[in-house]
Design a protein around this ligand. Structure first.
Ligand code: SF4
Ligand code: FES
Length: 249
């Protein structure tokens, strides 16, 4: 396959960026999207040019590192799929593909297609652990949890922290990410300790990082590679209201 690529190049956080045209040839339909970019980079390096910077780690849809907007869609055209799991057979010979980084104030560009997502780490750190001494690990069956509850908590825990929900949202809201993180703890008995402090601290941290608010657009759910439903946002809102009302009593 031969493809016409338009790729965002930006030398550094303060440099001006622009879309640059590249012709990619010798692309196999069996390659992943990131392998196709590896081939483009090998050609650039052979020519003595600067390789295109992009993030990846597991390339198996697990780590959440890959973060490309493909033809305007975070993670590209396949639903429930990270861009590292997107394959070139999804495209046709001669196609034009535009590749851009996540765009959000809270995710500043580091270089080319790489953005700084440490804001997510700070949100997790602000409320993401239980600080009281709970003793040794109990046997698995000493805390019975209804199957439906454990399944729902597990579905929320599937969030890989990629940030596509932020990139897709016109408000650059992190509500789906936070809703998933808060839900998976709030649903389980082990997460009841410091439940109220956790939701308040995480929402305050997200505001401080510059993420926007939620206006129920649903774009986040549509692009989430783990298909986290927006019901997680509703649960987070209920958790927040409960925490604020409890504090005011
Ligand atoms: S909610 Fe989905 S899109 Fe958002 S960070 Fe988690 S996995 Fe990525
Ligand atoms: S590189 Fe790990 S999820 Fe894509």
């Amino acid at each position: 396959m031969r493809l016409n690529l338009k790729i965002w190049r930006q030398a550094g956080p303060r440099a001006a960026g622009r879309l640059v045209d590249y012709a990619a040839s010798g692309v196999s339909p069996d390659m992943s999207f990131l392998e196709m970019l590896d081939v483009v980079n090998e050609d650039l390096i052979k020519r003595g040019e600067d390789a295109i910077a992009f993030d990846s780690d597991c390339r198996e849809g697990i780590c959440g590192m890959c973060s490309l907007v493909v033809n305007g869609v975070p993670h590209g055209p396949d639903r429930g799929t990270t861009v590292c799991q997107l394959h070139m057979r999804r495209f046709k010979d001669g196609d034009s593909i535009t590749i851009e980084p996540w765009r959000a104030k809270a995710f500043p560009i580091v270089k080319d297609l790489v953005v700084d997502r440490s804001a997510f780490d700070r949100i997790i750190a602000s409320g993401g652990y239980v600080s009281i001494n709970v003793g040794g690990a109990p046997d698995g069956n000493t805390i019975p949890i209804p199957k439906g509850v454990s399944e729902t908590a597990m579905d929320s825990a599937a969030c890989i922290g990629c940030g596509a929900c932020v990139a897709a949202c016109k408000n650059a809201s992190a509500h789906l990410f936070m809703g998933a993180k808060i839900s998976h703890l709030a649903l389980l008995p082990q997460g009841q300790q410091e439940r109220h402090q956790r939701v308040v601290a995480m929402i305050e941290q997200a505001d401080a990082e510059g993420f926007g608010s939620c206006s129920n657009e649903g774009e986040c759910e549509a692009v989430c590679p783990k298909e986290i439903p927006i019901s997680n946002i509703a649960r987070m809102t209920r958790e927040y209201v409960r925490a604020v009302l409890t504090a005011s009593k």
